[in-house]
Design a binder for this molecule. Structure first.
Ligand code: SF4
Length: 1021
């Protein structure tokens, strides 16, 4: 066998072509029959690349007809070889997970070590166990080996270790009993039974780009390549660097794999140039940075362009990349020689597609997409979720408005349903909807439009409403019937064209459901409740990817790492280089210590880091122009750049980085008209620029998209626009006034323009929803129990809180964060609350008002006009003399008291005044406000939960407080604070009515995480 070391980039590509043409030139004229050549590659994309290469070769020799060499991915090759053997049946990934999930649940049901319900634990634990078993079997470690290796270790009797060992043993015996095998078992079988004669009919064997090879694969490949006529292409800057690569060097992965097979090259291959060699030896070197910088070539002789730039956020980062790509395309760089890569392509993909489309850049995003994100899978899940959520309003609106489901044929259903729920003030629910329809008048239209479709939907989903567990194949049959009823297939097929992404997604969906149905037939003993099965289905959709049509491969290439192997690139843009994502931060192994795993050949964390380092190294060396970027912020959080970027320090010191670039950080797209590179950017720039001379010429150019700008500019309102605040506004909530005081401009965006940040699509409950749940639990606590909380009654009180928490949280999706939120409530908030209540009840006060609404509380403005205030007060505590304290429950931070009368605390004093004024005769008497309290449920201030932040010390001085010096005030000061806050409310209302919305936050720190930064231009110089 001959090993060819090929440098990355164009020189390596030329050499590879030369060697291949040598192989192909054995046939000088048509017919070009090459089915005696076998080529093994790591990805399907590389297969297609080879296909094009051979066609090109034949065409250059005057014939478009050829019998292609056989090109296979390594995985296909091994599967095909295994097909020759009479081994156990190979199961797919879904069957493997179903089997493991069943074993884990079975094991947990009989275990007292895991007191939680196996249904709760199984999904998360199964994934971890499945991964661990996959890694162990991949390294050839069977249960006996594992048990032998850990038997003397002090962790061997830990619960999770025993679980792993037990599940591993049961898994192996289940495979044996059912005559099944998994991918690792298949490889082990093949290693033991491979016969080189199977490949004897191939004249030549070529292996290209296969670099990260496991122990079992290495043992098979060693037998495969043990022949004269085999060529192995190894990508590395030089044989010398490859041989010298130490354990922490990115090339170690290649080195290690080649040593396992015994093909480490002995002699030098085609050399890289000096600049390339310097870069290759400076990156990930064990020498000090200054020493490496000293050896750097002079900038004038360094031909590569390497840039490292940061943009203010991900959108600006992608916009910057798009503008650079557009510049390159305009200078004649072929689109398909430009590579765009991101470590987290799923996150960046939609943004890249949106901005590249705006820029008019032809692109190909070749990485498969997550099935769960396709509209087709979303339609299926939304049907099932409607049943899970007892036909809640939002779920039903999703179903009735989906273009892929049955009701898309009748566009009146969704609006009629929306109207019905609003009119009847219901939020959905099967029973309530049917009752509403029954009592709705026929002339309202809803019964005629909705009764039939809703009853049909309820009937179709009836099989999913059973609380009983059923085997997986029964659930899959029910789903089959539901899909047939929904008309999904016909609607997807109605969208024509081979590039119909939805059709690809639908095919993958059917394939995935078929695979789950097979798994259900294989393991019919394991049963699932509806919730468990739906979780399994969603999890499977999340892990499944579907490919976009391969015909669509022209344009700028937006690819994953593996897919970018192979072709030469002229320019590479490598973005999203943020710590935690690159290299990806993986969780620590929960079963066995890393050293133990390493000793068994399982080096997951280190291997993942090395793999990321390898791609970073390879991409930096693969093109003459490489631009690395990262966002400085993601959402409202600042980021930390990837640690790999430190490797560029010698280049920076030697002046080889960012040559000729002035602005390397804080990059944002320009709002100057002349810098606009897309229609949306031009529209924004024109909108800001006002009157521009010569603009008509551009607007009249026949360019798609300009007509919209032209019409917008042509529109002239007849009269001067009215003030931005409707003058009729007369009712104000205290919380909204607080928002105005915090930042008037932010108030303008939220309450006048009514712009809200887009909600993240997630099953995790939001912070706001968690806060509402906590408020509801604490309100219901005192609605269900009027007795004092004492030390003796604590257990009973805790049980009540737990019960209320169960009903508040258990209706939510079973996600890690939702479970953690509930846990946080039970272990921290509830305990802090009970501690505070025990103390509180000893003070002779009691909670007299709960979630008290106050509406239409009059407030006179300085021009004698009257407006109305409204509020909802969490709780008002009262003593027998009518002295009262306003209470506000907080799950996050709150303003703290100050030493003087000027306070940031605004809402509570206003509540106190409103309560005294408006609740007269509506419950226990509220004679005099004596304190204002927050409940610090999450423990943000370090004190107890009840924090009486301001109180009249002359009325009583025994309140718990986190600021014992600032909280007590004299009666006069306390009164002054109440008055001052009411004055603040008045001034805020007057300013709102006057349309006064300056960008003046109360605390400048608020701007750091404010989504309105760009609109209010607070951060502009
Ligand atoms: S960035 Fe600052 S000034 Fe602008 S709206 Fe936000 S908080 Fe107000």
């Amino acid at each position: 066998m001959k090993t060819f070391v090929l440098p990355y980039g164009i020189s390596g590509w030329r050499e590879k072509k030369r060697v291949l043409e040598d192989v192909l030139s054995s046939r000088q004229a048509a017919p070009f029959l090459y089915n005696d050549v076998l080529i093994l590659v790591p990805s399907s994309r590389m297969k297609r690349m080879y296909g094009r290469l051979f066609l090109d070769f034949a065409e250059r020799r005057g014939s478009a007809a050829l019998v292609q060499p056989e090109v296979q991915t390594l995985h296909q090759f091994l599967q095909q070889l295994y097909g020759r053997l009479d081994g156990p049946l190979l199961m797919d990934e879904n069957s493997r997970l179903v089997l493991l999930e069943g074993i884990v649940k079975e094991r947990l049901s009989g275990s007292s070590s895991f007191p939680l319900s196996p249904d709760l634990l199984a999904p998360a634990l199964t994934s971890a166990v499945a991964k661990m078993i996959e890694q162990l079997t991949g390294a050839g470690v069977n249960p006996d080996d594992l048990s032998g290796k850990i038997k003397d270790a002090d962790f061997s009797d830990k619960t999770q270790v025993r679980l792993l060992l037990d599940v591993h043993t049961r898994y192996q015996s289940a495979l044996k009993d059912n005559n099944l095998t998994d991918p690792a078992g298949m490889r082990a079988f093949l290693r033991d039974h491979f016969d080189p004669a199977w490949l004897a009919h191939y004249r030549t064997l070529v292996i290209d780009g296969v670099q990260d090879i496991g122990i079992l694969e290495a043992a098979i490949l060693k037998k495969v390549v043990n022949r004269e006529d085999c060529a192995w292409f190894v990508n590395a800057p030089s044989s010398d660097l490859l041989k010298r690569a130490g354990e922490y060097h990115p090339l170690w992965i290649v080195h290690d794999s080649l040593v396992r097979i015994g093909v480490l090259p002995k002699e030098e291959g085609v050399g890289a140039d000096d600049g390339q060699l310097f870069l290759a030896s400076a990156l990930f070197s064990d020498r000090p940075f200054p020493e490496l910088a000293d050896k750097a070539p002079r900038p004038s002789s360094f031909a590569k362009t390497i840039n490292l730039l940061s943009a203010v956020n991900t959108r600006e980062e992608v916009t910057f990349i798009a503008s650079e790509v557009k510049k390159s395309l305009k200078t004649g760089t072929p689109a398909d020689s430009i590579l765009i890569a991101f470590p987290a392509l799923d996150e960046y993909g939609p943004l890249v597609e949106e901005i590249f489309t705006d820029y008019g850049i032809p692109y190909n995003r070749a990485l498969g997409r997550q099935l769960s994100a396709s509209p087709v899978a979303i339609a299926v899940v939304s049907l099932l979720r409607a049943c899970q959520e007892d036909f809640s309003g939002p779920s039903l609106l999703r179903v009735t408005s989906s273009p892929f489901l049955k009701f898309a044929e009748n566009r009146t259903i969704a609006p009629a349903l929306d109207r019905l729920m609003r009119d009847r003030r219901i939020t959905g629910g099967r029973r309530k909807l049917l009752a509403a329809l029954k009592f709705a008048k026929l002339d309202e239209g809803a019964p005629g439009v909705l009764t039939g479709p809703l009853n049909e939907l309820f009937a179709a989903l009836e099989p999913f409403s059973s609380p009983d567990a059923a085997p997986l194949n029964i659930w899959m049959k029910r789903l089959d019937a539901l899909l047939a009823w929904s008309g999904l297939g016909a609607r997807v097929a109605a969208i024509h064209g081979p590039l119909n992404v939805n059709l690809q997604a639908y095919r993958k969906l059917l394939e995935t459901l078929g695979s789950l149905a097979r798994a259900g037939s294989l393991f019919a003993d394991y049963t699932y409740t509806f919730h468990e099965w739906l979780f399994l289905l969603k999890k499977t959709f999340m892990h499944t990817r579907f490919q976009v049509p391969p015909e669509d491969e022209g344009g700028v290439q937006i690819l994953g790492f593996e897919e970018s192997l192979g072709p030469p690139w002229q320019e590479i843009y490598f973005g999203g280089l943020v710590d935690g994502k690159f290299p990806q931060r993986l969780p620590q192994n929960i079963f066995l210590p890393e050293q133990t795993l390493e000793a068994m050949g399982v080096r997951t964390l280190e291997r993942a880091r090395l793999n990321a380092a390898y791609h970073f190294y390879r991409l930096l060396l693969s093109a003459d122009k490489v631009t690395l970027t990262y966002p400085e912020n993601e959402g409202d959080r600042p980021t930390v750049p990837s640690p790999f970027l430190e490797e560029l320090t010698p280049l920076k010191k030697a002046g080889l980085l960012n040559r000729g670039i002035e602005k390397t950080s804080g990059i944002q797209f320009s709002l100057k008209i002349e810098d606009s590179r897309s229609i949306p950017e031009l529209a924004k720039a024109i909108g800001l620029a006002g009157e521009i001379k010569g603009l008509d010429e551009i607007l009249n150019a026949k360019i798609e998209g300009l007509s919209g700008i032209r019409s917008a500019l042509a529109y002239k309102p007849e009269e001067r626009a009215q003030g931005i605040t409707p003058l009729v506004k007369r009712e104000f909530r205290v919380t909204e006034l607080d928002d105005y005081i915090r930042c008037p401009y932010d108030y303008y965006v939220k309450y006048v323009l009514r712009i809200e940040p887009l909600e993240e699509v997630t099953e995790d409950i939001s912070l706001m929803a968690r806060g509402s749940k906590v408020h509801a639990i604490l309100r219901n606590f005192y609605l269900s129990r009027t007795r004092p909380v004492t030390r003796e009654a604590r257990k009973e009180a805790r049980t009540l809180l737990r019960k209320l928490a169960d009903s508040a949280f258990d209706t939510e999706a079973d996600t890690f964060r939702n479970r953690r939120d509930k846990d946080l409530f039970l272990t921290v908030m509830a305990e802090r609350f009970l501690d505070a209540e025990e103390e509180f009840w000893q003070q002779g006060m009691k909670p007299a008002y709960l979630e008290q609404k106050i509406e239409r509380c009059p407030l006179v403005l300085s021009n004698s006009e009257e407006v109305e205030l409204s509020a909802r007060i969490d709780r008002i505590d009262v003593d027998e003399n009518g002295n009262f304290i306003i209470v506000d429950y907080k799950t996050g931070k709150y303003p703290l008291p100050k030493m003087n009368v000027d306070q940031d605390i605004f809402q509570l004093p206003v509540y106190a005044v409103m309560a005294q004024q408006s609740l007269l005769g509506k419950g226990p008497a509220l004679k005099k406000p004596i304190g204002l309290a927050y409940y610090d449920l999450a423990g943000k201030t370090g004190g107890g939960a009840r924090d009486v932040v301001l109180f009249n010390k002359e009325a009583r001085n025994d309140h718990p407080s986190s600021k014992p010096n600032a909280s007590p005030k004299s009666a006069e000061e306390f009164e002054a604070i109440l008055k001052q806050s009411t004055d603040k409310a008045r001034k805020a209302i007057e300013a709102i009515l006057a349309g006064d919305f300056p960008s003046m936050p109360q605390d400048e720190n608020k701007c750091r995480y404010c989504p309105n930064g760009m609109m209010c231009e607070k951060n502009e110089p």
